[in-house]
Design a protein around this ligand. Sequence first.
Ligand code: ADP
Length: 769
Amino acid sequence: MKTNLKKYLRARRPIIWCNTNNYDEIDSLVTEITTEYTNKVIYEFRALGAIDFETKEISEEVKRLYDFLETIYSDGFEKQVFLILKNVDEDIKNVETLAYLKRIAELNYKNYNYNFFTIIVTNSLEIPLEIEDYTSILEERKLDEEEISSYIFEFCKKNEIKFDMNEIKDISILLKGLKTLEINHVLNMMLEEDRILSIRNKHIIIKEKGQLIKKSNILELVNFKEKIEDIGGLQHLKKWLNNKSIIFKNLEGAKNFGVDTPKGVLLVGMPGCGKSLAAKASARLFNTPLLRLDIGRLLGKYVGESEHNMREALKTAESISPCILWIDEIEKAFSGIEQSGGASDITKRLFGHFLTWLQEKESAVFVVATANDISSFPPEFLRKGRFDEIFFIDFPNEQERERIFEIHLEKRRKNLKNFDCLKLAKETSGYCGADIEEVIKLSIEEAFIKNKELVIDNLLKNIKEIEPLSLTLKDKIKVMRENIEKFRLKDASKSIQDDIDEIIKDNKNIDKDIEFLKNKELVLVKGENYKAANSYYNKNRVNYDLKVGKYQVTQNIWQKIMKNNPSKFLGSEKPVDSVSWWEALEFCNKLSIACGLDPVYKIVIREERKFLNIIQLDGKIVSPENVNFKKTEGFRLPTELEWEWFASGGEINLQNDTNYSFSGSDVLQKVGWFKENSLNETKRVGLKHSNQIGIYDCSGNVWEWCFDSFSEDKLPLNKTYIYNGSENRNRLRGGSWDSLSLDCRISSRGKLSKTVKSSRIGFRVVRTV
Ligand code: ADP
């Protein structure tokens, strides 16, 4: 502060705005710095009137700042005048006084023979516009954590205060952002009767910080009681927040270790599902105050005001840090961004500033932004690296609803033994957390009025009577969902790891049983640039190595992995039949996990419809049309092209150029079970001859589900082929026990919906090597 004050005076800055309320410090600084000026006078003015700078005696005559300025104005021509104004926030709101100050400043600026420097000492950051151009701001440097620690240490020693050495660090962190004087003030207030300083009184620090926040007018200090355990479900989000809180609480250590400073998280999703709850609970988890940024108040009426407000808000948050900055309904800020003209430009600039800040921020401000609707979000806002993570919070599933019932009943001191929460969960499909809370609140209220104990029937009755938000906002939610699908956000409820944990738990003992599938029952099929004569395809593609199931997946293996057997034609060594395409995918994932391989598919269920994404080895989740199967590890369905490649004999076929019509032969009787030889049933796998590379039953027995990537690119450029969104797509190969020989040819294709289950259909697994 000292060096800057000196610098500003030397540079002849007419007005210096000292942002502090440490009057004593300013007095001694001014005294010290002005010793080098010989012909000088120091004046002081406070809200009460003029004061003698040395003796601090109040002058009885001059009470108004305007009058005082008039009296001393001309001194500037003869001497170096230093005028210190303290506590004059009200006085300088007066238009005339301001005009006078401006006149003096202007003169000082233009005329080297006039020397009049005004030093305004104030806590406020609101510099009146009239004098802004002549003003330099001097901010009190805030102490860092270590300095605060030693300050506390000295403070305790000087005043004979007892303290716990282990608490000093936590207290210092909380005190960060306060000025020395404020720290002193807070420490005094925190003292307990027997002169002990304890973290138990940390609420005093938070209250003091609240005063700072109030001044900013855009931020609000939120009181909260919510704990992370109060959130039902959202396991993935909770786990993630927990990890970030560990880093956040030891930021210095983490940084030294090379960990990035946590930036923040964006929670997008359905109303009433716990976004605000999560924001509050994370403040508790992080052990910091929670600041809420009101976007409505931020967007000022005047040009430039919003930007200024945003800067101020971020600055205040930083000065309060460590803290959580909660930006509620952030989408409000983007409304109008698509429009052309002024409003849109401002929003763009505003958020440009915010995003840069977010990206470069090193301070301990963790942003939790929440949004219901992301349709107006500019894409760059969702780009990776802005926020640490973006989570989608959906309506709670059955298990989550059960937990939410438990949480809210317990919160209202009800004994959970008396309530079948699973039943309640089953009755509340489509209800959000807020709906469930409403049901409980209402039922308890009714029971109280009737002077009766709450029973489950009261709850069931109100479940029927309350219209869940998902119904009230049906159309809006549909649009939201479409947007969320479009952006492919991470699900807050479940992580892939959770899936894996769950399956591993189920399948603890099957590892050994399926060991053989890992190696023995798979055939290595070398990749080549491929262009077969008998192919549906006319392009060469499979150029990486595959491991392919020697046989179609048998009922034995299916049962071990899936714990059921849907087949019509029973027999443990017969191919499993009557499984849908989706079930085949599910099997692949479970098999992968049981074999210690990374699963390939990520299946998401929304409104009873299934959606599919693919998990690449680098952790990226991509849509089926963008998949690169080279970058997968686990079991999966072959693509049609891969199927053709191994069914026709792979590179052996290339070398010998046999190009059989069926897999392994031109005579179907030799290699396959079909209408003419099957006696209308499936057969044990591997009874007929294999093909050239040791793979059985590609032709006949059961049709095999293949993966269709939905991609025009991977299919031949055949003009008649149009993807019309119909679910009935070509994804079956090889023919079945019920097929004519024509359908069992390598080049034949079958078309059915992914949900169909038929005794004519089974599948075979492959994996990339
Ligand atoms: P929003 O997602 O709209 O911000 P809120 O977090 O404000 O929703 O949820 C409203 C209230 O509903 C919460 O205060 C809480 O009591 C209840 N609630 C919502 N979701 C959950 C949940 N997952 N677990 C427990 N309570 C919940």
